[in-house]
Design a protein around this ligand. Structure first.
Ligand code: AMP
Length: 212
């Protein structure tokens, strides 16, 4: 199963991708996490994207394609993968098709901007492994500490309210068109995002043909 999760920033893609990864036994691939990791390690890639990332702008399609092609070629992806946050532009979606990266289904997590803005103010992310939390909906068992790896759980710089609004604008202008692209291919499924995490997960599993 090669799966794409679409949805505005804060729709719950990261959380759902992690749950699906555990259930299906295939990796979840987040270009956002890969880029944050590169920034944390001060690699040339990390330094190149830092300004873009911190202000919530998209990094170049070429760079993303290089990153994602390399990652998908790794052995752990041979039985499938879940893409979280990529493709983000029509150019990326077309480039993936042109590169022969097969996609089985695309699930779009649907949610209103107003709900997202409220959610993002409570969002926290593990600075070590990238796991997502929310201070009220999905808090770590110990305050500030990641359940999975023990890393520090903190607010993302690009989750500041002004940056969130700009990222939502970019989503509606640039990424939402991908729904049409995949609808025409008969691969698109919509799932309600404004519901408890487990319920959204159940709906996603149904959409991809898993028994729940
Ligand atoms: P995310 O964690 O998916 O919200 O991504 C955080 C940031 O990483 C975005 O605001 C972009 O700056 C960058 N980014 C992640 N994935 C992509 C992508 N597919 N295309 C362009 N920029 C991306």
């Amino acid at each position: 199963m090669n799966l794409i999760l679409l949805g505005a920033p804060g729709a719950g893609k990261g959380t759902q991708a992690e749950m699906l990864s555990q259930r299906l036994g295939i990796p979840s691939i987040s270009t956002g996490n890969m880029l944050r990791e590169a920034m944390k390690n001060h690699t040339p890639l990390g330094e190149k994207v830092r300004t873009c990332m911190d202000s919530g702008k998209l990094v170049s399609d070429e760079l993303i394609m290089e990153l994602i092609s390399g990652r998908i070629a790794e052995p752990d992806c041979k039985n499938g993968f879940i893409l979280d946050g990529v493709p983000r532009t029509l150019v990326q979606a077309e480039a993936m098709d042109a590169a022969g990266i097969p996609i089985d289904r695309v699930v779009s997590i649907e949610i209103d901007d107003a709900v997202i803005v409220g959610r993002m103010s409570g969002r926290r992310v593990c600075t070590k492994c990238g796991s997502s939390y929310h201070i009220s909906a999905n808090p770590p068992k110990t305050d500030g500490i990641c359940d999975l790896c023990g890393g520090e759980v903190a607010t993302r710089k690009d989750d500041e309210p002004e940056t969130v609004l700009s990222r939502l604008g970019i989503y509606h202008e640039t990424t939402e068109v991908l729904k049409d692209y995949y609808r025409k291919q008969g691969k698109l499924f919509l799932v309600e995002g404004d519901q408890p995490i487990e319920d959204a997960n159940r709906d996603i599993l149904r959409a991809i043909g898993e028994t729940v």
